[in-house]
Design a protein around this ligand. Structure first.
Ligand SMILES: Cc1cc2nc3c(=O)[nH]c(=O)nc-3n(C[C@H](O)[C@H](O)[C@H](O)COP(=O)(O)O)c2cc1C
Length: 340
């Protein structure tokens, strides 16, 4: 049974941001169990799908536990992206998300991703083609603009509203800014106030408290959390409890050893041996951020080849943390590149 993503937002406004190489089948299922309200795949090439690339197809796999799940596409040809949307609909996806935020030169050079922010007539054609092609909701994810002088998120929101788009998620940086500086939440707040379409704010939410305050202060209909979930996988569960004024969920394993074990099961069920190895190491490294001994732990874990060894080394480390609080590392640069 499909779930409308806007309905999900009313009960829980905290959405997992799409992240290439991270928000795969395993991680999305894991995050839904930990209270992310809506999940989205990483960006999928509509052209790759058109050419029947198996790797591209595999990025679209999901199961019922992930609903509501959106498939995110990027591309420059409206007809090709619209056909990709139809495939997602036929697969049973709850919605389709279009990527207009990717700053990567390879994507932008072709006129896709954030390049669309510079060409609203082209964007209009794509929105119109996709909305006509499918019955499921179509959402978009943008940046505030191409560069500081051309921040046109309000125009994009108005266009999206006119074309029947369901929501606009705004990463509060320009394409030119990349991942530098801070996400501009004053700008997001202003855009939300000036447009009729539901707006989701995004950028630099690293704690549950910040998720709730950004949501309330911006007036947004929801917020997207990306990198914050990699340092603290309980960020959604705790933000939801705070937002509802309820005590924190006690049924969750409030130790990273237990959480990491769950993630390990999910990854092993859906990934090949060598991908499992990379994913386990990445997540162990990120979850360890801000705990004593983290840098020594990272060095050793990266040398381990066998997945069981990686797991047991991680479990030992997380067990050793006990009740120590995670240090605030928000001032440190963290994953300063991505596709949106
Ligand atoms: C490693 C990485 C990969 C990303 N991949 C995507 C992507 O595939 N599609 C997309 O729209 N945004 C992508 N993004 C952007 C995030 O969705 C989000 O907009 C950005 O990280 C800011 O939010 P945050 O501060 O909560 O992480 C990616 C970001 C990172 C760090």
């Amino acid at each position: 049974m499909r779930i409308h993503p806007l309905e999900a937002l009313k009960k829980n406004p905290f959405v997992l941001a799409p992240m290439a190489g991270i928000t795969d089948h395993a991680f999305r299922g894991f995050m839904r169990k930990l209270d992310a309200s809506v999940v989205v795949t990483e960006l999928v090439s509509a052209t790759g799908l058109e050419y029947k690339s198996e790797r591209t197809r595999s990025l679209m796999s999901f199961d019922e536990s992930q609903r509501p799940i959106g498939i995110q596409f990027f591309g420059e040809e409206p007809e090709i992206v619209a056909r990709a949307a139809q495939i997602a609909e036929a697969d049973g996806a709850d919605f389709v998300d279009l990527n207009f935020g990717c700053p990567v030169p390879k994507v932008v050079k072709k006129g896709a991703g954030s390049a669309m922010l510079k060409d609203l007539p082209a964007m209009q054609k794509m929105l119109s083609a996709c909305v006509k092609a499918v019955k499921i909701p179509v959402t978009i994810k943008i940046r505030t603009g191409w560069d500081h002088a051309s921040r046109n998120a309000v125009d994009v929101c108005n266009l999206a509203y006119d074309e029947g788009i369901t929501w606009v998620a705004i990463h509060g940086r320009t394409r030119a800014a990349g991942y530098s500086g801070n996400a501009d939440w004053d700008f997001i707040t202003d855009v939300k106030a000036k447009t009729k379409i539901p707006v989701l704010g995004n950028g630099d939410i690293l704690t549950p408290q910040k998720a709730v305050s950004r949501l309330k202060e911006s007036g947004c209909d929801g917020v997207l959390i990306g990198r914050g979930a990699l340092k603290n996988p309980l960020i959604f569960a705790d933000a939801l409890s705070l937002w509802k004024n309820e005590p924190l969920r006690t049924d969750l394993k409030r130790n990273y050893a237990g959480i990491f074990m769950d993630l390990n099961h999910a990854i092993r069920a859906h990934s090949q041996e060598h991908i499992t190895n990379i994913q386990l190491k990445k997540f162990a490294m990120w979850f360890s951020t801000g705990y004593p001994g983290a840098s020594a732990f990272r060095k050793t874990i990266f040398q381990l080849k066998n997945n069981d060894e990686v797991l047991s080394h991680a479990i030992d480390f997380f067990n050793s943390i006990g009740t120590i609080e995670q240090e605030d590392t928000s001032h440190e640069e963290f994953l300063m590149g991505g596709h949106g």
